[in-house]
Design a protein around this ligand. Structure first.
Ligand SMILES: *Cc1c(COP(=O)(O)O)cnc(C)c1O
Length: 389
C-alpha cells in the first residue's frame, strides 16, 4: 500500500471508535498470577506497566512502523530523546561517532557534553563528504550520524554513499529525517539503519505536542528500546492520541507546504534585500541534484540570507512580519520565522548578510508573500536610515 493509505489506516481497528481512544494508566491489573507472570516475558509488547505504553501508544507505534516500513518503531517523549537514546545505544566508551557538522544544535550539545562524559569521542565531518567518509572510519568508530538536509544551512547528504562506506565496516548509519519525514525521504530504503523523526514537527503537525520516533532495522530495535526503558522515558497516551490524529493528515499538509514553500522561496529569490535563498528544491541549490534523486518532496522549512548585517535591520524585518510567528520549532500548520545561529567546524558557512529561517505553513502563499514584502520594505527603510551620516 502507498504511504497516503498507510497514514490513514495504520494503527486502527475496523470496529469501535474511528480513532484509538486514550488509555491512561500507570497500573495495569491482571486477572490472576499466571497471566501476570506471563506478561514478564516481553515487557515491550502488550500491557504490563504504563511506563512502557498502553494501547494508545501501541496503536501509534504500529502506524509509524507501517509508515517507515521498519522492523518496529519506538515512540519517545521528544525528538531529542529519539536522538540521544539512539546514539547511546549505538556507541560505547572508548569509541567514536562521526557526526555531520550541520546537525541540530542540541544534538551537538549532547555529543560535546554528556556523550563525551560517557567516554565517546565525536568527530564532526563535512556533510557533503559523500563516500570519502570511509577515510574517517577507524577501528573505534561505532556509528555515523547524519541529518539531511542539515539544520539551518540545508546541505543535502548522500545517504546511500555514506551507508555503503559504513556497511562495508559493519557500522550503523543514523539519520535525523525530521525535515522530509518518511513521506518525502525513505531513510531506511536509502541505507539508514536508524531513522529519527522529531514527531513534534510534521508528524504531530499542530504545534501542541512534544514527541520523537525511532525506526530501525531488526538489529537495532532492542538496544534502543532497552535504552529508552533504562532511562525511564515514557510517552503520554494523550500525546500519542494527538500524534495519531495529526499524522492522518500528514500527506496533504506536507504536499501543500512543499508547494507553498517553493512558491514563497521562488518569489523571495527575486527580491532586493535577499542575498540568497537556501532551499534544496530550487534548481540552482547545491543540494538540488541529490534532493531530486533521493527525495519525493520538500517541507516548508528553508533559509534566507537578508542583505543586512545589523541587528536593527534584522529586527525591522522580523518585527514587521505579522503572519510569520517568532518562535522555536516548526512543522505545524502555521508560518514561523527565526534568526539562524549555528556553529561549524568542518564546513564553514560564509555569510555576507544575516541568515534567517522561515517555515511556510498552510496559509495562502499570496498572503505570506505580501507579509514578506512589507517586512522587506521595513528592512530597506531601516538600512537607509543607518546609512545616513
Ligand atoms: C526540532 C528538531 C529536533 C528535536 O525535536 P524536539 O521534539 O524539539 O526535541 C531534532 N532534529 C531536528 C532536525 C529538529 O529540527
Amino acid at each position: 500500500m502507498k504511504k497516503d493509505t498507510l497514514l490513514v489506516h495504520g494503527g486502527r481497528r475496523s470496529s469501535g471508535p474511528v480513532n484509538p481512544p486514550v488509555a491512561r494508566a500507570s497500573t495495569i491489573l491482571f486477572d490472576d498470577l499466571a497471566t501476570f507472570e506471563a506478561s514478564r516475558a516481553d515487557r515491550f509488547s502488550g500491557l504490563r506497566y504504563g511506563i512502557h505504553g498502553t494501547d494508545t501508544l501501541f496503536a501509534l507505534e504500529e502506524a509509524v512502523t507501517k509508515l517507515e516500513g521498519c522492523h518496529r518503531a519506538i515512540i519517545v517523549p521528544s525528538g531529542l530523546a529519539a536522538i540521544t537514546c539512539s546514539i547511546i545505544a549505538a556507541t560505547k566508551p572508548g569509541g567514536n561517532i562521526l557526526v555531520a557538522d550541520t546537525v541540530y544544535g542540541p544534538t551537538r550539545a549532547f555529543c560535546n557534553g554528556l556523550l563525551k562524559r560517557m567516554g565517546v569521542r565525536t568527530i564532526y565531518y563535512d556533510p557533503c563528504i559523500n563516500s570519502a567518509i570511509a577515510e574517517l572510519i577507524d577501528e573505534n568508530t561505532c556509528a555515523i550520524y547524519c541529518e539531511t538536509p542539515g539544520s539551518l544551512t540545508f546541505e543535502v547528504q548522500d545517504i546511500p554513499a555514506i551507508a555503503t562506506a559504513a556497511h562495508e565496516r559493519e557500522i550503523p548509519v543514523i539519520v535525523d529525517n525530521t525535515w522530509a519525514t518518511p513521506l518525502f525521504f525513505d531513510a531506511l530504503a536509502h541505507g539508514a539503519d536508524i531513522s529519527i523523526q522529531a514527531a513534534t514537527k510534521y508528524l504531530c503537525g499542530h504545534s501542541d505536542v512534544m514527541m520523537g520516533t525511532v525506526a530501525t532495522t531488526e538489529k537495532w530495535w532492542r538496544p534502543i528500546r532497552d535504552t529508552v526503558a533504562d532511562l525511564g522515558f515514557s510517552t503520554s497516551p494523550d500525546d500519542c492520541y494527538l500524534a495519531l490524529r495529526g499524522m492522518r493528515t500528514l500527506a496533504p499538509r506536507l504536499r501543500q507546504q512543499h508547494t507553498s514553500g517553493l512558491e514563497v522561496a521562488t518569489w523571495l529569490r527575486k527580491q532586493e534585500g535577499i542575498l540568497r535563498v537556501i532551499h534544496p528544491g530550487l534548481q540552482d541549490d547545491p543540494g538540488h541534484g541529490l534532493w531530486q534523486r533521493d527525495f519525493t518532496g520538500a517541507s516548508g522549512l528553508f533559509g534566507i540570507e537578508l542583505a543586512t548585517q545589523s541587528a536593527h535591520g534584522l529586527a525591522a524585518f522580523i518585527d514587521t512580519l505579522s503572519l510569520f510567528g517568532l518562535g522555536s520549532s516548526w512543522g505545524g500548520y502555521e508560518s514561523l520565522v527565526i534568526p539562524a545561529r549555528f556553529e561549524r567546524l568542518q564546513r564553514p558557512f560564509h555569510l555576507r548578510g544575516t541568515l534567517v529561517r522561515l517555515h511556510v505553513g498552510l496559509e495562502d502563499p499570496s498572503d505570506l508573500i505580501a507579509d514578506l514584502a512589507c517586512a522587506l520594505r521595513a528592512l530597506e527603510t531601516a538600512s537607509a536610515s543607518e546609512q545616513k551620516p
